[in-house]
Design a binder for this molecule. Structure first.
Ligand code: MRU
Length: 368
């Protein structure tokens, strides 16, 4: 019997529930998200996180709010103008929840353009178009991830020079970070299904521990051969354990391929280059931000120091630092394109031209 995959987002028209990831891996509790205020809250507090999941929950929170208003307060949405103003205001608000992952901004722009392009529809018709588009994002993300998994698995096996591979992944990029299957972790799943995965190592991913709490949970849940390491063990692992590839997700890929991802990704890319290990970024095209020319322009979210000075256990949050110490807590860092072997997308694998240290993503998009 095949096991059901984990679901971060449960949706049917009018009802959005998200898995509270702050309570994982110890408790499985879904929380209702009936409107954009709650959508903003679950994203900001990281009950739901991961670039694609953030965008989908934002869009679906708007969809459920519109759906409810259509029956409870139809006069608020009875003209095209009212719906357009309502949708655009809510999107502006949702965008203030977290700054780095571009998927939220891409989804917002898409919905806003949809509203602009449907100025001839009635209010209820326009609301229903927005609802349907948000629902399609949920379906499309799973298919995109399946494609990423397949392309990434093929690329790694073709370049690994061995029959089975050991890989390392960072943060959480699986079913919990997406609508399902996952990006980097989707590739790990495909490697495992192909029978060619010898082992998957995952980092703890301090300070928030998305690796030890969430990725480790997914790996155990799926019976994938796996081992947890502290972030500080990565270089020793590459030196001693014959790892063939580091596979990570992305929160924003700039036009030249520079990639923002969970803090700690940059040092993994440096150690991968030193040890001649493939460094693979896995992301749907919606994570590529062609308006941002290089990684220097990416806004990096800084979070509260308490996430560094304490750690959350099964029953309590415990302090792990000397009281009074200053803290710097950037949530993401940027890997220069020069350190990235390939960017695996839902449309195929982007590699660099020989002798170049950046990706020609514009050409890839034009041709695919
Ligand atoms: O702060 P988070 O947990 O939202 O950060 C998540 C990551 O950095 C992921 O690696 C990235 O969003 C890709 S998820 C498919």
């Amino acid at each position: 019997m095949t096991q059901k995959t984990l679901e971060a987002i449960k949706y049917k028209r009018g009802d959005l529930q998200v898995l509270d990831q702050l309570r994982l891996p110890f408790e499985t509790v879904y929380e209702a998200v009936p409107n954009t205020v709650q959508g903003h809250h679950v994203i900001k507090t990281m009950k739901v996180r991961g670039a694609p999941a953030i965008a989908i929950v934002a869009a679906l929170s708007l969809a459920v709010e519109l759906n409810a208003l259509l029956t409870t307060s139809p006069t608020t949405l009875d003209t095209n103008d009212k719906v357009a103003t309502f949708v655009n205001e809510k999107l502006e608000y949702l965008k203030t929840s977290r700054p780095t992952a571009v998927n939220l901004f891409e989804a917002s722009e898409r919905l806003s353009n949809l509203v602009r392009d449907n100025g001839d529809k009635s209010g209820p018709e326009l609301a229903s178009i927005v609802i349907t588009e948000a629902e399609e994002m949920l379906i499309k993300d799973v298919q995109d991830n399946k494609n990423i998994g397949k392309f990434g698995c093929e690329f790694i096996l073709a370049n690994a020079n061995s029959d089975s591979v050991r890989v390392l992944t960072h943060c959480n990029t699986g079913s919990l970070a997406t609508a399902g299957w996952g990006t980097a972790l989707g590739i790990v799943r495909d490697l495992n299904l192909s029978g060619k995965l010898d082992h998957c190592y995952c980092t703890e991913t301090r300070p928030y521990n998305q690796g030890s709490r969430l990725t480790a949970y997914e790996l155990v849940y799926e019976n994938i051969p796996s081992t947890l390491i502290c972030d500080s063990m990565a270089s020793a692992l590459l030196k001693l354990k014959n790892v063939k590839a580091i596979i990570v997700g992305a929160d924003r890929v700039a036009a030249n391929g520079d990639t923002a991802n969970k803090i700690g990704t940059y040092q993994l890319a440096i150690t991968a280059a030193y040890h001649n290990v493939m460094f693979i970024v896995a992301a749907p095209l919606t994570t590529i931000d062609m308006k941002t020319l290089s990684g220097d322009a990416i806004v990096i979210e800084e979070r509260a120091g308490v996430e560094v000075t304490s750690t959350k256990g099964r029953t309590a949050t415990v302090e792990v630092a000397a009281p009074g110490i200053g803290v710097w807590n950037p949530a993401f860092d940027v890997v220069p394109a020069s350190l990235i072997t390939a960017i695996v997308t839902n449309k195929g694998v982007i590699t660099k031209n020989k002798g170049e240290d950046f990706f020609r993503i514009d050409e890839f998009i034009k041709n695919n």
